[in-house]
Design a protein around this ligand. Structure first.
Ligand SMILES: NC(=O)c1ccc[n+]([C@@H]2O[C@H](COP(=O)([O-])OP(=O)(O)OC[C@H]3O[C@@H](n4cnc5c(N)ncnc54)[C@H](OP(=O)(O)O)[C@@H]3O)[C@@H](O)[C@H]2O)c1
Length: 239
């Protein structure tokens, strides 16, 4: 997809790789609606990226919040060409100490949020397919933790395996509507993620720019084929 004059929705745009996706999409000519809960962070990003970045308050766990956010996008732009389901978090810890509240937070953000935002975008993308023969592209940011289990990240593993399963289903369900679905499985990236998760970052993580350039390459691919999955890892995570 040529991103010039396209409209992208990026969830979790207030930080980390979501902020980088927003920057790189705008640099390629797209308009970005950046969704997150922290409006002060989104406003600061607009000051840097300019008027092509539209901050939209949204808690992806909440159905009403997602509905309102996508209504805002459609009222302003009338189209959604790219949706990057990126909002997410980790909370790490051993299963016997893990609270039900933390489990629910991960499932509601990482899995329910992807479902709610996908459901909100798909009718528009299907209509676009009817009009112009190409619906759009949905990119789901899972994690290497959606492919491999590891100790003390059981809830995060379960949520990202969930994103993987949902993505695989959506890829087949939506392809005949001209909607591409790609699931991305990154290893560690240098963002605020590890502070939120309460874990140490690996010594040599990927940079947000590394992940974003790969995702943008995938999104800019020709209309006749789809890269459905991408696995990315730091080359030497521990040096
Ligand atoms: N960093 C890594 O090593 C790594 C590796 C693999 C995958 N990932 C995945 O990459 C994605 C982005 O994470 P990051 O590394 O960029 O971390 P980050 O810097 O902590 O960014 C997380 C983003 O998610 C948003 N978010 C969290 N809960 C939300 C909610 N309920 N509603 C709306 N937005 C919410 C945050 O915005 P607000 O707090 O403002 O709402 C923030 O913009 C996540 O899905 C994560 O699981 C990260």
């Amino acid at each position: 997809m040529d991103l010039h004059d396209r409209v992208a929705v990026v969830t979790g745009a207030s930080s980390g790789i979501g902020r980088q996706f927003s920057r790189d999409l705008i640099n390629r000519g797209a308009t970005v609606f950046g969704l997150a809960r922290r409006m002060n962070k989104l406003e600061a990003i607009r000051e840097t990226l300019g008027d092509a970045f539209h901050p939209v308050t949204c808690d992806v766990r909440e159905e009403d919040s997602v509905t309102t956010a996508f209504d805002t996008v459609l009222d302003a732009a009338g189209q959604i060409d790219v949706l990057i389901n990126n909002a997410g978090l980790g909370i790490f810890g051993s299963v016997d100490d893990y609270s039900t509240e933390d489990w629910d937070t991960l499932m509601e953000t990482n899995v329910r949020g992807v479902f709610l935002c996908t459901r909100a975008a798909v009718p528009t993308m299907k209509a676009q397919n009817e009009e112009r023969g190409f619906g759009g592209h949905i990119v789901n940011i899972a994690s290497i933790a959606g492919l491999l289990g590891n100790p003390n990240i059981g809830a995060y593993n379960a949520s990202k395996f969930g994103v993987r399963g949902f993505s695989k289903s959506m890829m087949k369900e939506l392809r005949d509507d001209g909607i591409k679905v790609t699931c991305v499985y990154p290893g560690s990236i240098e963002t605020d993620f590890f502070d939120v998760a309460g874990a140490d970052m690996t010594d040599h993580p990927m940079k947000p720019e590394d992940v974003s350039s790969t995702v943008l390459h995938v999104v800019q691919g020709p209309d006749n084929y789809l890269i459905s999955e991408v696995v990315m890892r730091p080359l030497r995570p521990r040096g």
